[in-house]
Ligand binder design. Structure first.
Ligand code: AP5
Ligand code: MG
Ligand code: ZN
Length: 216
């Protein structure tokens, strides 16, 4: 492992994990590794894996642990993550995934687990207005849209609503968060790695909170 920062970002669906993880990764110059983005890229490419993953994703269910762990292990083995570090976004989200990550990274392999804390009412609001770029995954909101309607500011890609941002799938995703992912907060607390950040407020404000609460 190199000398860069090794972080993971936790939080409910719509808490702003992606929004913050992009900024944090840019700040430290490390790759942003989002399992959701990786799966959506596979879906868009129409690979057999993508077709299978989409069956779970569109219903708001979790992709099976062994599959997710395989994808993440492969990504973390690449040079940039090994040499520079990483910001993991959306992984782990079950106890099995967290334990496997500890095994993969070894003792001292993680600097912090950042929990972006946002009330459920607020995340439902954020998700219902979310729009994403089909090409690069950049995130917008109907209240903060791209400069040109439905066209990504970064790469001109088409900006659409996510297939799993339906009220039904969102309800399912939030349910699974409470059941499978919330317990990870205790786990990282016990490891002395948990950093809780208030995720309500302007994204820049939240970002400053994150950077200030991270160990130097
Ligand atoms: P994933 O893509 O990770 O989705 P998620 O967990 O549901 O989280 P979101 O991406 O919805 O929320 P976010 O916290 O990133 O919020 P965002 O920054 O976009 O996973 C999708 C699916 O893939 C899963 O359901 C599952 O099927 C599968 N999967 C992925 N990882 C897996 C794993 N490890 N195991 C098993 N299955 C897995 O922000 C939301 C909105 O709010 C945006 O519109 C944004 O612009 C806005 N916003 C953000 N911050 C603010 C702010 N401070 N103020 C106002 N608005 C804000
Ligand atoms: Mg996200
Ligand atoms: Zn884009």
């Amino acid at each position: 492992m190199g000398s860069g920062v090794r972080l993971l970002v936790l939080g409910k669906q719509g808490a702003g994990k992606g929004t913050q993880a992009v900024r944090i990764a840019g700040h430290y110059g490390v790759p942003h590794i989002s399992t959701g983005d990786m799966f959506r890229a596979a879906v868009a490419a129409g690979t057999p894996f993508g077709v299978k993953a989409n069956e779970y994703m569109k219903r708001g269910e979790l992709v099976p642990d062994d599959v997710v762990i395989g994808v993440v292990a492969e990504r973390l083995a690449k040079d940039d993550a090994v040499n520079d570090g990483f910001v993991l976004d959306g992984f782990p989200r079950t106890k099995v995934q967290a334990e496997e990550l500890q095994r993969l990274l070894g003792p001292g392999g993680l600097d912090a687990a950042v929990d972006i804390d946002v009330p459920t009412d607020t995340v439902i609001d954020r998700i219902s207005g979310r729009r994403v770029c089909k090409t690069c995954g950049a995130t917008y909101h109907v209240s903060a849209p791209p400069k040109v309607d439905s066209v990504c500011d970064k790469d001109g890609g088409e900006v659409v609503q996510r297939e799993d941002d339906t009220p039904e799938a969102v309800r399912k995703r939030l349910e699974l968060y409470e059941k499978d992912t919330r317990p990870l907060l205790d786990l990282y607390e016990e490891l002395g790695l948990l950093v809780t950040v208030d995720g309500v407020g302007d994204p820049d404000e939240v970002f400053n909170r994150v950077i200030q609460s991270l160990p130097r």
